[in-house]
Design a binder for this molecule. Sequence first.
Ligand code: B16
Ligand code: MG
Length: 232
Amino acid sequence: MSKKGFIFDLDGVIVDTAKYHFLAWQRLAKTIGVDFSEVQNEQLKGVSRVRSLEKILAWGDKTLSKTEFERLMNLKNEDYLSHVNDMEDSEILPDVTKTLDFLIEKNQAIALGSASKNATPILEKVHLLDKFEVIVDGNDVSKAKPDPEVFLIGANLLKLKPEDCIVFEDSVAGVQAANTANMISIGIGEDDVLHEADYIFKDFTEMSQEFLEGLISGDKTKQITKNLPINN
Ligand code: B16
Ligand code: MG
């Protein structure tokens, strides 16, 4: 059986840390007189910490000095990490562990491809770190999704060609990044949001072992043509 690289996003695919990002950003935003909704929070998913604060400031029509910007980002992260610190294994999203174990049993290569700078402590907290051969996160990239850098670094570290990699993503920017990298993109979430993905599932409970076997054998291929890189 051939060896493929399976690259997992973290927030929204492995665990739902979005709710903790929301709580921490909302609390911080209030201190500077900005309020934002859960709907607006959707736009912060998969987006870097710096970009998230830039967006929040734009929503509130605020500007900050560089020092104040840094200080607020650190405050938000401390608050966010206090939530992460209370995380438990039960917060791993349904059938994620089963999927990882199935792929490991089939001798497939597993990587993490996340925008978060907190990916390693989160995976440690929920006892999944040792399932990943390679971790690529916000500390390793210079360009955020939808740039494909995070996934291309992952493929390179796994010593696999991009076309032999499959990405699981819950964000539009992440699906676009996978498509631009010429990897098979699997959207985890809603069809109408993730329509650019090659395949879409609500969550891992909907994904059969036959489907995963099809990805490993190469029977399931990239559906492309509809997925043109957004920056070209
Ligand atoms: P941090 P992912 C992303 O994780 C989150 O979706 C996004 O909301 C967050 O701003 C970003 O990580 C950076 O996180 O502040 O921990 O560095 O979906 O790419 O796994
Ligand atoms: Mg995500």
